[in-house]
Design a protein around this ligand. Sequence first.
Ligand code: AMP
Ligand code: MN
Ligand code: MN
Ligand code: MN
Length: 272
Amino acid sequence: MIFDLHSHTTLSDGSLHPVDLVSLALEKNVNVLAITDHDTVDAYSHLPNGGAGIELIAGIEFSTQWQNTGIHVLGLNIDLKSDAITAGVTFQTDARLQRAREIGENLEKRGIENAFEGALELANGRYIGRPHFARHVINIGKAKNMQAAFKNYLGDGKPGDVRQHWADLSQIIDWIRDANGIPVLAHPLKYKLTRTKLKRLLANFIELGGQGMEVISGQQTPQQTSGMAQLCVELDLLASCGSDFHMPGKRWAELGSFSRLPGKVTPVWEQF
Ligand code: AMP
Ligand code: MN
Ligand code: MN
Ligand code: MN
């Protein structure tokens, strides 16, 4: 069985419509798929037959920060129609728009003209994120590709890295739990924290009601996997795995394309 519990669609910053994502997942022999768009669950209303042929786990990827580090928390197996998810999505959608205005102002100061308007035009109406700003920066010739745009303007510590608008970690965990979902820390290796600091983040996450971590996020080395599995067991967390698929290409893993969870962890799906 292949469980891919982290993926994106055109309703956030992915390149595939939900229907096409499900088709691709079937093609890649994924058995269980969670669509986890950034701060939105709109994808699920674009699947007329509920994703026939595949088992869909309702999910979301919330943005927040912890001690000045931008982090992402997955809500898996959530009740999409719950008041908590509605409240969470409404809050974060508004936060995204406010944040986009601030990113726009910051980029203008760095010589990026019409940053907010340009990004808004590239966005799909509800969701606006740093990838739209990055594309605008490229369009006006100030960066040659996404990687350069993030490196110079939008990545960690750059003017476009604005995080203070997001709901805090405890609020996000509460929304997920109130929606009967499981809060899972997404891609722990991406935050570039020391092991000590990552342990502190996870301890805090657990204290606030967090229940799982991604032991596998896309392609990683066996050493990385065993390190994450070790932490997961030590902290008695549930283990998750996913591609974090956004679009075909170098930067992201393909759907369903990552190694299996090590035997010593408890898979999060035991709780579904
Ligand atoms: P946001 O949700 O607005 O904070 O945007 C973050 C998203 O930008 C991530 O989920 C990635 O999809 C994308 N991203 C982050 N860093 C890069 C990068 N270096 N190149 C391309 N996309 C990136
Ligand atoms: Mn993304
Ligand atoms: Mn993420
Ligand atoms: Mn993601």
